[in-house]
Write a new protein. Sequence first.
Lengths: 326, 359
Amino acid sequence: MTRRAFLSREAVLLYVLLAMFAGFSVFVEGFLDWFSLFERMRYWAIPGLIAVPMTFIIATAGIDLSVASIVAMSGILLGLLYRDAHFPIAAASIAAVAVGLCAGAFNGGVSSFLGIPPLVVTLATMALFRGVAMGLSKGQPISDFPEGFLWLSQGDALRVPVGNAGLVTIPVPLFALAAAVAVGWVLMRRSWVGRFTECVGENPIAAEFAAIDVRRLKFALYAASGLVCGVAALFNTALYATAKADTAAGMELEVIACVVVGGTRISGGQGSVVGSLLGLFIIGILRYGLEMAGVKSQYVIIVVGGLLIATTVFNEWMARRRGVKG
Amino acid sequence: MKHALLPIAVGLVVLMGTSCGKTPEAKPADQTRDARREARTAGRDAAKTAGETKQGPLTIGVMPKLIGIDFFNATEKGAKLAGQELGVEVVFDGPVTNDVQLQAQMLETWIARKYDGIAIAPNDPDAIAPVLEKARKRGIKVISWDADSKPSSRDFFVNQCTSRSVAKTLMDVMAEGVGLNAKYLILTGSLTAANQNIWMAEMEKYRQEKYPGMTNLSETPKASEEDQALATQVTTDCLKTYADLQGMFAITSVALPGAAEGLRKAGAAARVFLTGLSTPKTMREYVHDGTVKRFVLWNPVDLGYLAVYAAVATAKGELQPGAASFTAGHVGACRVEGDMIILGDPIIFDKSNIDNFDF
């Protein structure tokens, strides 16, 4: 039992992360600077938040390609309501999150109740939501948000002693990320939601026979994904102090990469929220470490791509071995 | 299959093992690093004077809007040359797409690497501002070049040339090519492109002052959306629609070669005088076959060169706001207006000089 815990996929990912961290700390000068590391982690909270619902969706053998477009659309709406309709920033934020929820519910509704594969639906809405964002904003960025709102992403809270670096302040968005992962972990491992989700991914027909309402579950997951994207849009807008229609370009792939590196199988049936978080940190640390080492951005992409291949091969191998062992 | 995967897993484990084994050795390095950090923090807090207690050459990070296109490759050449001349290390890197968010994340790393100066061509003036302000708070000098960022987020803006001089040069070229009563059209990028819109407004102003006899045949410019094939098509259409068309401006580096192609296909180079803004590399064949006689651009090599000179001078405290001019190596004296350094007037390219430029 304990032996299994030490060799679980999450544990292996943790070893990889620690090994990378140790390696970069030794070989790359200036890497081990907690202040800068936390500054960089600020940026990871946004894809990290979205990775939580994405883990559930991929565990049902689905996918949501529209997440980045929802972030853009919600962000633009936030900006327009605040600047042009003179909403108070809190009301505009709530409206932006609500728009995210509606967009997610649309994805979920079309894919589960009309029976269209989520890949097709979200591929379409990826373009649709991005187009709405472009159209509403006419391609122009919106800025001049109030200071208090920017605190959401640019602020720091809680000074903590880290190692021998003295007191380090933690960026605010990391608290949101921690909360999302905690909720995700409870839902995945300690509630029926996770069990049903993995069951649907493993074998939807069997799940149906087990009296699981597959369509409602999937609908709820896509809606939740939209909701989280709406929240992520607030952090994204605050981080750059700007709402732009072409924001978060390509973030859907970044999120999916974290989830896949985290050991959630793209063919469904198995999901790990903690794994996705580790995936986020592994990719993030790798990028940061290579950049700190002065590697040019073209080559950084190559290494990150290589890591993706290596981990998927490794995950597949782990899954097979486990399958053989029964 | 399973056997094929085994070595990879073993390799991973071995790799992990070796890296872990080295952790204890980290200690001495850590200590020196801590000592250095303390010294640095102390220095930062005590006196934020320019040219601190810094040993070794300065490091200047130069970031284009994106890497891998002709224009910014040319600016890299200039930036590197300036680095050699000044004896500073120049790191030239940027995102592979024109994405301001990737720029911001790379800048975080540059701040962490404690570069002495950053020169950036931002993809968005507002979205890049928070991270640049962070850099300035940490004592890093910031220069924007090619495009500006929010004024509060940088020390100086290195501008290729004023919009006024771009507009003036374009209109003068048209006047020489067609005459004082030219009837012309303008082909732009997208209708919302900020730089182009300013230039067109300046062109209209200059036309009213200097060339009242000229006529713009279409108040709304023709859009080519930075798409060369579309520029060709729009040009072909315009040649048919506007029977009295005498001149055409194509004012993006993509629109001009596209328009030239349209003109060449239609065999209309004798009837319509085409000019605009683009790089000599892309325009060489059209200039040599006579489709385009003269066109305009600033020198991107000199732009990168000037950006690095300005960054170094600002980092050393030699260049302060309020200076009237700034001398940068072979580029010579450049005009300074407030916190804007101006490279100079645009260059006019024609058959006689186009082969001298390699960008």
